[in-house]
Every structure is written in structure tokens, then in C-alpha cells.
Design a protein around this ligand. Structure first.
Ligand code: ADP
Ligand code: ZN
Length: 605
């Protein structure tokens, strides 16, 4: 069986080996044993159920929460020659009828459905009348209150095991903490499932987390400029921020499209299609964008504000670099993001859980340590690597403050001296020794901590205060954002706990970071003809636009990069390129071989 599944992978998908847990998950599905598979975004979950569906008798039913996701997967499958369809409300009655016919006559290998659709009586009757190979519950974390994307209809999916006895049910998700995992197994009534929990790390993502300055636009532009012509997403918290940033970027000549729930369905679809087919490179969006977007070639994600949980952060950054090639994730956060979310979550039914997720997220931002390690630990996995080589901390872009304990003690004792009745800005002024009107009014120029940190800038002091808050030594309270000292803050005063404090990044450091980045990128492209790569991308965009499908469905960046490295000159050579199966070779081989030949004859002349 092992040989057979590997042959199928190569013949249809053009891949020559399995990624971790794919083979195990496939074998378990073929053995009709229930499974829960947790693999990070881009880990290759789809193949885990598409491949066994292809070689099993009957039709597999895939429950998926999003129409657009279904459509892309179905297009993708058809493009490699596998019979798949989806059944949902976006189809015309005629198309629905024709899909129903295909189900009846047994010609489909995969059927994608929304949970609502599956719950319809006539859908159930239809499915009971045909041979089902197995069920898949995609994005299974939606079933759990402990997850970050709870969906009511998912809650009812436990009935599958009861209605379809002896048919395997397989759950897949990218983000699941241990609570969510248990909940999935329980809610779906999985029977002694095999669990495959992959490493949640995404080694090809370069994480950077920076405090947001008053020049956010400049910060965003700086990142964009490092990725000319590459696909990127800028995430904002609110619709108004999307509109503002999108318009300002366009004013600067940086072409982009907005995306949020306030736009009409039509406009959203148009913008998403233009981005997917690469006629536009940048999309500025709320988190409404991305669920259901599987583009594998997104080279960077910028967060203009902090998400409300690490699960969200993981999911949003996870959209970058799904092809496994290097991609940049840059987050600009501020203490005000924490407060905005706290306010927005005030009426949430799940407030306690949500607030603890929010704190973990803020701590991730302000605690300088390996970002990969922190994310992996959050999902309760071990992280062996001492230096990930792919985060601001490990790349040496973060400079640690000397004597963090002393700094922490100075700040916290100042908070005590002003009787825990003032906000961060005032405390920073006192420590800096600024004689502001407020300071004179309260006589704070006379207290012992006045001017205690006068050799540092106020920016430095504020940055330290934010880190102390994020790490739980100080807390902001009431509508005046008064700083108070927590239990661990008192321990810090006694020297029993030590904070981890980074310095704000100054101009000289920025230059050094940039120089290192340029040399890393040069190394990455060593041996590749980048111009040929761009020519291949242009052809891909042209095909995507004519066929009206996302560019990645034609070929991933990784496949194009392999073409640029090996420049195949015949269809036979073309078959050896990464990600080229039989159907792709037939459909696109000649077209891309011609691009390569043309390019070479032009560069020779
Ligand atoms: P997920 O659903 O887990 O986020 P996908 O199924 O979309 O991930 O896979 C991400 C990318 O990896 C896709 O471009 C997919 O074709 C590719 N991929 C999947 N399995 C393999 C493999 N064994 N070898 C190489 N690439 C693979
Ligand atoms: Zn690291």
C-alpha cells in the first residue's frame, strides 16, 4: 500500500515524498480508523484526505465551513484530473441538479459540503443511497468553544457517527490546543481515533514583532518595499483603518485593494480575484479576508495591529509561505491594541477564556524571546532548536536592555511612589525628570524616583513600561489607565522575579538589520535566475486571469522556482519539476517550456 500511495502522489500531484504525518494519516484513513490530524497551515492537510479519497471505493464527503475554500479546492482537484464537486447555495439550480446526478451515478471521488447542507434531510437521504468512502471535517476547531472560531452548525456534526455507522470520520485542523483537541474528539464521537499532531512550527516564516510608532504608514511601506511585485497582505483591526491605509498607499503609488465586510459581496469577490490571479499584489484587509483563501504564494503578511489571540495570529501569519518558501510576517503592536480588544470583548459570553488568550498574545509581543519557540510552546509542543534563524530575536535584531531587574525595580517603585494613581505617560515623565504641569501640581518633582532614569529617553522608559505590563508585573486599571502593581510586580521589587526587557530599536541598529537582510536574500536566490522566475510568474498570472482561477492553482512559486533553477527544454524534462503531475504536464508543459526557450534565446542575443 505504501508504494501505491507514493505512486499516486507523484502521478497526480507531482511530489516525490510525503511531508510529516501525511503518510500516517493517509494509511489510517485507508484502514477506516477515525483520525484527528493537526498540521500547521501549509502542512499539506488536503492531500491527506484527497489521496485516499481518490483510491478508495465510493465518494468521500468533505465538510468545510467556507464556500470559497470549497470552490478553490474543487478547481484544484479538477485541474489535476480528479472528479470532485461541491454542493452549496452558490450553485444555480441546474448545476445543483447536475452535481446530484453525479453523486447518484457514482462518478465523484470527493464531494465538498457546508455543515448546514449536510444537515438537510434530502442531503442525508441522498448520501445514504450511495457508497461513501469516509467523512472529513475540515477546520475542525470550529466545533469547540475553546477554539477561536466557534461555529454553531459544527456542533451538530456528532450525528455523522450515529447515522453512518462503520464509516470513518476524520477531523483536520491547523490550530488546536489540548482542550480543543479533546473537544473535537468528544463532539464528533470519534471512536478510538488515531491522533497525528504535527509540529506546529513554520520554519520558513520569519517573524518580527515591533512596537507601532506614530508613523505606522511609514513602517508598513518599509516592509512592502522589501517585497517588490510579491504578493502580500496587510491586516488591520477595523474597516476604517483598512480604507484609510489602502487609500494612503494608493496615494503613494503603491497599488492595492481593500477587503472588509463593509464592501458589497461583488466588490469583495472582485478584489479577492484580482489578488489571487496576481493582477494586484497587495490586499489591505480585516480578518474577513483569508478564511478560504489558500494562495500558496503569499510572501509577506503585515499586521498593522495586534490580533486578539495567538490562534488568530498563527492563522493569519499562516497564510504566508504555504509553499514552504521563505516569507516575512511583521506585526506592529501597541498597548492600545490590548485595550481595544479588552473593550471589544467586554460582553463576550466566553470572556474569561478570551481575555487569557488576549494576555498571551500581548505577552508574545512584549516578551523578547524566540518567536518560533513561543508559538510552538503555546500549542503545547516541545521546540528543540536553540536558534531558529528566522525571528527578530534569533537574528539579533532585538537588543536586550542591560540590568533588566534594576530597570524594572526603578519603574515599579516609581509606580508605588505615585501611589498607583497615575498612567504610564506620567510615570515615564517622573522617571525622566520632566517638569510637566501635572508633575508640579502633584509635587512629584519632590519624590525620590523623580529623574531616576534621566539618562534614558522617554521612548525608552515607555517601552520598558509596556513590556512590564505585557509580562504581568504592572496592570492598567479603570478608564484612566492607572498603573497598578501586581503580585509578580511585588516579587520583582524584592528581586525574586526578573523581567525580560528589550531596548527600542535605534537608527544605527536599523541599518545593520537591513544590511543583514539584503545579504540573506542574496543567498536565498543564489544560483537562480530571478529574471526567468519573473517571466514565468508573468505567464502564470496571464493564464490565471484568462482561466479566472487563482494563480497558485496553476503552479506554486516553489514550482516556478524549480523551473527557473532547472530550465527544462522539453516536455519530458518538464515532468521532473517539483509539483508537476501528469495532468499539469499535459496542460501547461509546452506553454512554460516555450517561456523558458524564449527567455534563453533573448538573453543569449
Ligand atoms: P494545509 O491545508 O495544511 O494548509 P495545503 O494542503 O494547502 O495545506 O498544502 C500546502 C501546499 O503544500 C500546497 O501547495 C500543497 O500542494 C503542497 N504539498 C502538500 N503535500 C506536499 C508534499 N508531500 N510535497 C510537497 N508539497 C506538498
Ligand atoms: Zn527564533
Amino acid at each position: 500500500m505504501k508504494n501505491r500511495i507514493l505512486e499516486t502522489l507523484t502521478k497526480f500531484w507531482g511530489y516525490t515524498s510525503f511531508r510529516s504525518y501525511q503518510e500516517e494519516a493517509i494509511l489510517s484513513i485507508l484502514e477506516e480508523r477515525d483520525t484527528l490530524t493537526v498540521l500547521p497551515t501549509g502542512g499539506g492537510k488536503s492531500v491527506c484526505f484527497q489521496l485516499p479519497a481518490l483510491i478508495s471505493e465510493g465518494m468521500a464527503v468533505i465538510v468545510s465551513p467556507l464556500l470559497s475554500l470549497m470552490k478553490d479546492q474543487v478547481d484544484d482537484l479538477k485541474d489535476i484530473g480528479i472528479a470532485a464537486e461541491c454542493l452549496n447555495s452558490s450553485l444555480t439550480p441546474k448545476d445543483q441538479y447536475s452535481v446530484t446526478e453525479k453523486i447518484r451515478d457514482g462518478s465523484l471521488k470527493l464531494l465538498y459540503l457546508s455543515p448546514e447542507r449536510l444537515l438537510f434531510n434530502h442531503t442525508l437521504d441522498l448520501l445514504k443511497s450511495v457508497k461513501i468512502s469516509f467523512f472529513v471535517i475540515d477546520e475542525a476547531h470550529c466545533i469547540s468553544h475553546w477554539g477561536h472560531n466557534f461555529r454553531e452548525e459544527y456542533r451538530q456534526l456528532g450525528f455523522i457517527k450515529k447515522e453512518f455507522k462503520n464509516i470513518g470520520v476524520h477531523a483536520f485542523t491547523a490550530t488546536a490546543t489540548p482542550e480543543v483537541r479533546q473537544d473535537i474528539v468528544k463532539q464528533l464521537n470519534l471512536e478510538e481515533p488515531h491522533l497525528y499532531i504535527g509540529n506546529m512550527d513554520r520554519p520558513n516564516l520569519n517573524y518580527r514583532v515591533l512596537p507601532r510608532s506614530s508613523q505606522l504608514l511609514g513602517q508598513i511601506v518599509n516592509v512592502i518595499k522589501k517585497h517588490p511585485n510579491e504578493q502580500g497582505i496587510v491586516y488591520c483591526l477595523r474597516r476604517a483603518d483598512v480604507d484609510e491605509i489602502s487609500a494612503k498607499l494608493n496615494d503613494l503609488g503603491i497599488q492595492n485593494l481593500p477587503y472588509h465586510a463593509g464592501l458589497s459581496d461583488e466588490e469583495r469577490k472582485k478584489n479577492q480575484d484580482q489578488f489571487s490571479s496576481e493582477s494586484v499584489h497587495i490586499i489591505v484587509a480585516t480578518i474577513a479576508f483569508g478564511m478560504g483563501v489558500d494562495c500558496s504564494n503569499i510572501r509577506y503578511v503585515i499586521h498593522a495591529a495586534m490580533p486578539k489571540s495567538i490562534e488568530h495570529y498563527q492563522q493569519e501569519t499562516g497564510r504566508a509561505g504555504r509553499d514552504g518558501l521563505s516569507a516575512d510576517c511583521t506585526l506592529f503592536y501597541s498597548g492600545s491594541d490590548y485595550r481595544t480588544w479588552e473593550y471589544m470583548l467586554r460582553d463576550s459570553s466566553n470572556q474569561k477564556v478570551m481575555l487569557s488568550k488576549l494576555s498571551a498574545m500581548y505577552n508574545f509581543c512584549v516578551r523578547p524571546q524566540c518567536r518560533h519557540r513561543t508559538l510552538v510552546h503555546y500549542f503545547a509542543h516541545a521546540y528543540e532548536n536553540n536558534n531558529c534563524g528566522a525571528c527578530d530575536y534569533c537574528l539579533g535584531e532585538v537588543e536586550m536592555a542591560q540590568e533588566p531587574l534594576l530597570i524594572g525595580q526603578k519603574i515599579i517603585s516609581c509606580v508605588a511612589r505615585v501611589r498607583e494613581r497615575f498612567g504610564a505617560d506620567h510615570v515615564a515623565d517622573v522617571l525622566k525628570g520632566n517638569r510637566t504641569a501635572a508633575i508640579e501640581r502633584w509635587g512629584h518633582e519632590k519624590i525620590s524616583t523623580f529623574s531616576l532614569m534621566n539618562s534614558e529617553t522617554k521612548v525608552f522608559i515607555r517601552f520598558m513600561i509596556e513590556q512590564l505590563i505585557g509580562q504581568g508585573f504592572l496592570r492598567r486599571e479603570n478608564e484612566f489607565m492607572t498603573l497598578t502593581i501586581t503580585e509578580s510586580g511585588r516579587k520583582l521589587l524584592k528581586g525574586d522575579l526578573v523581567p525580560v526587557l528589550a531596548k527600542p530599536i535605534v537608527a544605527a541598529k536599523k541599518k545593520e538589520i537591513e544590511a543583514k537582510r539584503v545579504s540573506r536574500r542574496a543567498r536565498e536566490w543564489e544560483g537562480f535566475d530571478e529574471k526567468l522566475f519573473q517571466a514565468l510568474r508573468a505567464k502564470r498570472a496571464e493564464l490565471a486571469q484568462t482561466k479566472n482561477v487563482p494563480a497558485y492553482i496553476i503552479f506554486s512559486d516553489k514550482t516556478l522556482k524549480d523551473m527557473a533553477l532547472n530550465s527544462p527544454k522539453t516536455i519530458e524534462q518538464f515532468a521532473n519539476i517539483f509539483g508537476v503531475g501528469a495532468a499539469k504536464q499535459r496542460q501547461y508543459g509546452q506553454i512554460f517550456v516555450d517561456v523558458i526557450k524564449n527567455y534563453e534565446s533573448q538573453t543569449l542575443n
